[in-house]
Design a protein around this ligand. Structure first.
Ligand code: GTP
Ligand code: MG
Ligand code: ZN
Length: 292
């Protein structure tokens, strides 16, 4: 059989092989030459040489739109930030940090409030009241198959990652979104500890209407990347209209007087927890600035 060079998407990597789906939907089991292996991520678009019986040799990685370190995946275009309406109650700090990180990586985030079959915790109500003015918010019950179609529609054709704390129902949602009842859960329950590495393989699961979803084990702590302190406010779209009232053009809404953002917090126009979480992230960024 004649050798052909094809393009495809790395959908999983397991046992030293990379599974690459070509644009017609055929999955090729590929080996990787030398140094390429260290760089390659699930989600990468690649060029490979197709050999007989759906085998192949991976030749090169095409340019990436982005890459996440947790989970290790490339070319993500949506992050679904999953919180439970209760059990566990929503973690607003983690929510605000995940929203920041998605935007920092130029990925469109949306919020999924799962377990809507349960009585909501009060902080769920403030999510429902406040966040829809800035981000898309979905209510689902993976248990009762409620609200799944709206989420599917929002991510069809995309590469979407499920993120959020442990126990909120990410894996159960993945099963509903993909329509697969028996997903290889393998070591999905392996928790990623702070600073620890795991060798868990990342898999892209196909969506019925096109596109892919990636599951992530739950986590609760997220460090800030090294950015400049003035940059942070730009990742809080809800602050921007009020920051026009700040006396100083470079106001970071911290210790400054005559700050439009702080005034808006006092008048309940900005959610107090959101400003508090902004300050926590800001202080972390400032500490890092001092170190580097
Ligand atoms: N009541 C209710 N329970 C749910 C729902 N979705 C998931 N659960 C339950 O919540 C528990 C955790 O679900 P998982 O899907 O394993 O949660 P996860 O987010 O993947 O957790 P980690 O893998 O540890 O990060 C399980 O007992 C699920 O059955 C839901 O919509 N409603
Ligand atoms: Mg899970
Ligand atoms: Zn200000």
């Amino acid at each position: 059989m004649e050798q052909r060079q094809l393009e495809g998407l790395v959908i999983r990597n397991y046992g030293g092989f990379y599974y690459v789906q070509d644009d017609l939907g055929t999955v090729h089991t590929c080996k990787v030459r030398g140094k390429l292996k260290e760089k390659l991520l699930s989600g990468d678009r690649v060029v490979f040489t197709a050999l007989e019986s759906e085998q192949g040799i991976l030749e090169r990685i095409l340019p990436r739109a982005n890459q996440l370190s947790r989970p290790r995946v490339a070319n993500v275009s949506r992050v679904l930030i999953v919180m439970a309406v209760a059990q566990p109650r929503p973690d607003l700090m983690l929510l605000d940090r995940l929203l920041f990180l998605a935007q920092y990586n130029r990925i469109l985030p949306c919020i999924v409030l799962n377990k809507c079959d349960l009585e909501p915790h009060p902080s769920t109500l403030s999510i429902l009241d406040y966040y829809p003015r800035i981000y898309e918010v979905f209510k689902t019950s993976a248990r009762q198959s409620v609200g799944i179609d709206a989420v599917t529609a929002a991510i069809s054709g995309e590469i979407a990652v499920l993120a959020g704390p442990s126990g909120v129902g990410k894996s159960r949602l993945l099963q509903k979104l993909t329509g697969q009842q028996t997903i290889r859960t393998g070591s999905v329950s392996a928790k990623i500890g702070r600073g620890k590495h795991t060798t868990r393989h990342v898999e892209l699961y196909p969506l019925p209407q096109g596109g892919w979803v990636v599951d992530t084990p739950g986590f609760s702590i997220l460090d800030m990347p090294a950015i400049r302190r003035e940059e942070l406010t730009g990742y809080f779209p809800d602050f921007s209209v009020f920051s026009e009232e700040c006396r100083f053009g470079d106001c970071i809404h911290h210790r400054e007087k005559e700050c439009g953002v702080k005034a808006a917090v006092d008048q309940n126009q900005i959610l107090a927890s959101r400003y508090k979480n902004y300050l926590s992230m800001l202080e972390e960024v400032m500490t890092k600035e001092g170190i580097y």
